[in-house]
Design a protein around this ligand. Structure first.
Ligand code: NAD
Length: 433
């Protein structure tokens, strides 16, 4: 108990003014020099929610919250073109942003417009091709949505190609640009909560789709992961299969994508899949056994244990829920931080106010300023392209977050066995949106 009391004195010395100093330091660190003359030509591939439509949501408070909104808000960038396979999407985008150069085929856009920066806002299965095409078209700055790729072999190639082409790529793990998350990281590294010990993370959604955001945050706080053990939920075919739109022939590649309602695997192939010689129907084969080839694992929720090189361990609870949540509860030897969507709480160990000789946690008031993640991401990309900043969300970071998610899939496939990182299986492919 004495030891705990001594440690808590350290916590008590972290007065309000000391905390404010750390906060100010965090806010200063986001100031980027953007005074140079050049205006960068930005183009967008995939004109959906994250590209621009979310900025239309009246309930979202901190705008812009999209790629287009951020390019528009930052002086150093202007939107010159956009592409989407949906004609209605490019039509509406064109009207909203007064951009005439809109395309149904993104490769044509890259060729004709020669943009400096490209945002890749279509879905994960096409991320690899889109990044490669952008690099070959001479693009020097890429803002790539998550998940970064569908496999580690793809991701490795993307890391290598970015280096070879001398291009900067930021992965859209947006909390890297959040002053709240940066403050939490500073509080942890300054020892304000003592030695970090464990984290409980709750999120809704799937291990790759939402999980890569969470794993990136965990890496941001605690460094590289060393071990993973996990289990995935069964794929809920009734909820996802017919609604998620996976049974389709891709408009450009003509490849068929079909989810298997039995195991969650996904067929991707050039011909329509057959089951015992019959074409696979859209419904009604739930009790059949399948003999398809080309199965690729599918993204679902689940739970996992992740151990970090720093000694911290995290449990991740990502089972399906009827609401959205994204939170971390970080326990240190002298305090605790709870952080998540609309959540920031700092607790420090102090002498109990209700029992002698006891040390308990008490919440500290924090004066948080907040910032806009999206404009900071664009400013950061520009600064990286001009050699004025170190990339804080580069392709290697995108790959590392994906690796944790894929290791959970690998552990699940091995009946929950502990899987060491780096993951040996570089070809495991998981489809996510
Ligand atoms: N970083 C974040 O916080 C964040 C938030 C939302 C979405 N996302 C990610 O962004 C991606 C898009 O999500 P969304 O919610 O905007 O989806 P969306 O369905 O609203 O938009 C995607 C758009 O991409 C287009 N598209 C698909 N294939 C294309 C192709 N080959 N060429 C051109 N356009 C193509 C679609 O027609 C659609 O308009 C997903 O991978 C998602 O995980 C990230």
């Amino acid at each position: 108990m004495k030891g705990a009391g001594e440690r808590s004195l350290h916590g008590l010395r972290k007065t309000t003014s000391a905390l404010e100093k750390i906060n100010k330091r965090v806010m200063r660190s986001f100031c980027v020099n953007t005074t140079a003359d050049k205006t960068y030509k930005a183009a967008i591939i995939g004109c959906g929610r994250v590209a621009w439509l979310l900025d239309k949501d009246p309930l979202i408070p901190n705008k812009p919250c999209t790629h287009a909104g951020a390019y528009q808000a930052v002086d150093r960038t202007e939107i010159v073109a956009a592409a989407d396979i949906r004609a209605d999407r490019i039509h509406d985008f064109s009207k909203e942003y007064n951009v005439d150069n809109v395309y149904l085929e993104y490769r044509e856009m890259l060729k004709k417009e020669s943009p400096d920066i490209v945002s890749i806002c279509a879905y994960a299965p096409e991320r690899f091709n889109m990044v490669v095409d952008a690099l070959h078209a001479g693009v020097k700055g890429i803002w790539c949505e998550k998940a970064f790729a569908t496999s580690l072999s793809e991701a490795e190639e993307m890391v290598r190609l970015c280096q070879d082409h001398g291009a900067m790529l930021i992965v859209s793990h947006m909390r890297r640009w959040s002053s709240d998350y940066k403050l939490a990281r500073e509080l942890i590294s300054d020892g304000v909560i003592g030695e970090p010990v464990s984290v409980v993370s709750h999120f809704s959604g799937n291990m790759i789709h939402t999980g890569t955001h969470a794993f990136d945050v965990l890496r941001f706080f605690f460094g590289d992961a060393t071990l993973v053990q996990g289990s995935l939920e069964a794929f809920d075919s009734t909820k996802n299969f017919n609604l998620c739109g996976w049974h389709f022939a891709h408009p450009r590649t003509r490849q068929h994508h079909v989810a298997c309602p039995l195991c969650g695997a996904l067929y991707v192939g050039d011909g329509a899949p057959t089951l015992r010689g019959q074409p696979v129907p859209k419904r009604g084969f739930r009790n059949e056994s399948h003999r398809w080839k080309n199965f690729i694992s599918r993204d679902t929720g689940g739970y996992a244990l992740i151990c970090f090189d720093s000694g911290v361990y995290a449990t991740v609870h990502a089972d399906s829920k009827g609401y959205f949540i994204f939170e971390f509860d970080i326990m240190g030897t002298e305090g605790r931080i709870r952080i998540g969507n609309r959540l920031f709480e700092l607790y420090l160990a102090e002498a109990s106010r209700t029992e002698s000789g006891l040390i308990e946690l008490y919440r500290k008031e924090m004066n948080l300023e907040g910032n806009n993640l999206w404009t900071k991401a664009v400013e950061h990309l520009v600064a990286c392209m001009e050699g004025k900043a170190e990339n804080i969300s580069g392709p290697s970071d995108g790959m590392a977050a994906l690796e944790i998610a894929l290791a959970i899939h690998e552990s699940h496939q091995k009946q929950g066995r502990v899987v060491g990182l780096p993951l040996e299986n570089r070809t495991l492919r998981v489809m996510s949106r």
